[in-house]
Design a protein. Structure first.
Length: 443
């Protein structure tokens, strides 16, 4: 069963969403209108399992395009749901706004058919005004406090009246999704790109920057491979982040980037590689993520191929430690170049998680040393003993040797580049560490 949480802005919908799914997924705060896209997650309430959709606040009096789009997101959530949690703020005097939201829900039902509605009076932890919520047309409702974890038993009692058995919540899925995060400066087209990829207007878009606040994760399939697409808030310089909520959005975005496997740095082809683009990419590289540069709005220039060549040269210069970092031309508006993002992502992901057998690795190691031995240190040879892969995602290797302090950085780079070419690690971040060999007679 799918349940959509509907209500006016700042009624506590996202707090209830987080409470029921058991983690802080949606951004919450005192500012109305924080949530702008709908979020989707599995919930478990004392053994009752269901899907939950968090939605933007409904504004029945909306006139500006952003508010209208947010209403459309809420309507889409109702359309794909089986039940509604209608959340009201119990501390507010019952006003025309709540009645208008109730009318908006009933009008939606005229278009899509009725759904069961549970009225939830949130923020009921303290003294609340005595008022008749039945005038909204959905019964007396139940009193809860999502923030203080009160009233969850009441929600459980209400849900127990319905058949939640056919909820289609996966128990075990052996296929691990490849997590692809779309990141970049504000207004480069991240949400538009994801809408183009999945083929529906799932995320809010517009000309103004900063529309996306919550990081949204969407499941999708490409060539029978599971993809988890992550849309993130636009990343600006710290000095330009003015609103508190924007700062929270940026922190939330980086939390999701740390969980990603592939980071697509989306840039406007007419203003590529600004300082913030490089900062974003370097931070992602430091996290060991696969980096892909995508030049959006390539349909707006006459010479996209020439620009691409110059960008590839710039990328090679700026990321000398990551040879062959992919640079791609895309157009979210024209839906061009989208498949290549995922062809490249999957190829690099498979290399990024690859483990090389110890035998094959040391056979390569001995050949690399014979081809180019390490330099002498004060007339004495440096003995490189063996190599071991200690991790994947990203591939990480340890080289055991003596006289470590005398091994030049240039020789480390030689081993890393040779390793990259020999095992097809082009475009994949690699790490190599030198470790002192133990002397068995040291004691």
């Amino acid at each position: 069963m799918k349940i959509a949480i509907i209500g006016k802005p700042n009624a506590g919908k996202s707090t209830l969403f987080n409470r029921l799914i058991g983690r802080k997924s949606a951004i919450v705060g005192d500012v109305p209108g924080i949530t702008r896209d709908r979020k989707f997650a599995a919930a478990n309430l004392c053994g009752l399992e269901f899907w939950l959709l968090d939605t933007p606040g409904v504004d029945p009096f909306a006139k500006d395009s952003l508010a209208v789009s947010m209403n459309e997101q809420s309507l889409s959530a109702i359309t794909e749901s089986d039940m509604i949690f209608f959340v009201v703020d119990a501390t507010d005097d019952l006003a025309e706004y709540d009645k208008a939201v109730a009318s908006w829900i009933r009008n939606a039902f005229k278009k899509i058919g009725n759904r069961p509605v549970i009225l939830i009076k949130n923020k009921s932890e303290g003294k609340i005004p005595l008022q008749n919520f039945e005038v909204l047309g959905f019964g007396e409702g139940i009193s809860v406090s999502a923030e203080h974890n009160l009233g969850m038993d009441e929600i459980y009692s209400e849900l127990s009246k319905y058949d939640l058995k056919d909820n289609d919540i996966p128990k075990d899925n052996p296929e691990i999704a490849v997590k692809v995060a779309i990141i970049g400066r504000p207004n480069v087209g991240k949400s538009t790109l994801i809408n183009a990829i999945i083929g529906e207007e799932r995320l809010l878009t517009g000309d103004q920057s900063g529309i996306t606040r919550d990081s949204i994760s969407l499941d999708w399939k490409f060539k029978n491979r599971r993809i988890s697409l992550i849309d993130t808030a636009g990343q600006r310089k710290k000095s330009k982040v003015e609103e508190k909520i924007e700062g929270i959005s940026v922190v939330d975005a980086w939390k999701h980037i740390r969980q990603a496997n592939v980071v697509v740095v989306l840039m406007d082809i007419q203003n590529p590689f600004e300082k913030q683009d490089l900062t974003i990419a370097r931070k992602a590289f430091d996290e060991g993520k696969i980096i892909i540069f995508a030049l959006n709005k390539s349909d707006t220039v006459d010479n996209p191929d020439e620009i691409l060549k110059s960008i590839e040269k710039r990328a090679a210069k700026e990321f000398a430690q990551l040879p062959e970092v992919p640079c791609l031309l895309v157009s979210a508006k024209e839906k061009k170049g989208l498949a290549r993002i995922f062809n490249v992502s999957l190829k690099l992901y498979d290399s990024w998680r690859m483990r090389i057998s110890t035998g094959a690795l040391n056979k390569w190691f001995q050949a690399a040393i014979s081809q180019n031995p390490p330099p002498l240190a004060n007339g004495m040879p440096i003995k490189l003993k063996y190599i071991s892969q200690v991790n994947a995602k990203p591939p990480t290797f340890a080289v055991f040797a003596n006289r470590l302090e005398h091994i030049p950085t240039s020789y480390e780079r030689y081993l890393l580049n040779h390793l990259r070419k020999s095992f097809d690690f082009g475009g994949v971040p690699l790490r190599i560490f030198l470790k002192q060999s133990r002397n068995p007679y040291n004691k």
